[in-house]
Design a binder for this molecule. Structure first.
Ligand SMILES: [Zn+2]
Length: 274
């Protein structure tokens, strides 16, 4: 039997990390732990995640009905419950608005694969769920097409949701996706983003398998490992298309900036000659 008070303290500790990292402004974000097959611990609404006390933590059932706690449960708990119902292996979920990952959510720029080894191993492909007004059941269901095959999802125009076998692991996935998005934005400013080759990716996926992690690409041996999304089938309203990511090794879109510069140079040259 898990010590309920200790788990409430852990929720407060992860809340402090989320808040101090700047992943949740004001009272944003919510955190849950699966307590047993009837109950889930969750954060209260309208309380800063950086300043929670164990007494503030609420308890709900798997339909979102509040069972205990003096404060009202978060309105976004249905999103967490959708994850727990689909994934019996998951025991902790973190939802917040980390700025770099949320920038990708706002730009609706898909998260590229095959850029950083740790991201391939710990996260793998990170899909983007369609936008829905936060709070209700319809919002919670936006993650269902992808939830079985990943551990982190970008919520379009909203933020991120990450999960894991325990709460700290769920939080780490949030840290990894935001650090990754930050590095992508920075490296794009310096120049182009370079990708692993198919062989290098295969090597990483072999390593990932040896370390005991799962990846939907294990089952699709012949798929383009870095190109098309293995989640394409889940997108009902069109797959997010890369706009910010320049081409490198032939499987991405042409670099628009280079194209524009080439055309501009030609026009300028013909004007100069005329
Ligand atoms: Zn939110």
């Amino acid at each position: 039997m898990q010590n309920e008070y200790k788990l409430k303290e852990l929720i407060c500790e992860i809340g402090r990390r989320v808040y101090n990292k700047g992943f949740a402004a004001a009272n944003d974000g919510n955190i849950t732990i699966r307590l047993n097959d009837r109950e889930v611990l969750c954060t209260p609404t309208m309380v800063s995640k950086g300043y929670m006390k164990p007494e503030d933590v609420c308890k709900v059932d798997y339909e979102g009905k509040q069972l205990a706690g003096t404060k009202r449960r978060t309105s976004e708990v249905l999103l967490h419950l959708a994850v727990y119902k689909a994934r019996p292996d998951v025991h902790g979920v973190v939802h917040c608005h980390p700025p770099h990952a949320t920038a990708f959510a706002v730009a609706r720029e898909p998260i590229p694969k095959c850029v950083l080894p740790e991201v391939e191993v710990f996260l793998g492909e990170v899909p983007m769920a369609r936008y829905e007004t936060p709070g209700g059941q319809k919002f919670a269901e936006t993650v269902l097409p992808y939830v079985k095959d990943c551990n982190t999802i970008i919520l379009a125009n909203h933020g991120t949701v990450s999960w894991g076998p325990n709460l700290e692991n769920a939080y780490f996935n949030t840290e990894i996706i935001d650090a990754y998005c930050r590095i992508l934005i920075l490296s794009r400013q310096l120049g182009q983003v370079n990708y692993f080759s198919q062989d290098q990716t295969r090597e990483l996926l072999d390593l990932k398998k040896k370390l005991g992690y799962d990846d939907p690409r294990f089952k699709n041996e012949d798929c383009d490992l870095c190109g098309n999304s293995v989640f394409n089938r889940g997108y009902s309203e069109g797959v997010p298309q890369p706009k910010a990511k320049p081409s490198t090794n032939g499987h991405a879109t042409p670099d628009l900036e280079t194209l524009v510069k080439t055309i501009t140079d030609q026009v300028m040259a013909s004007l100069a000659n005329g």
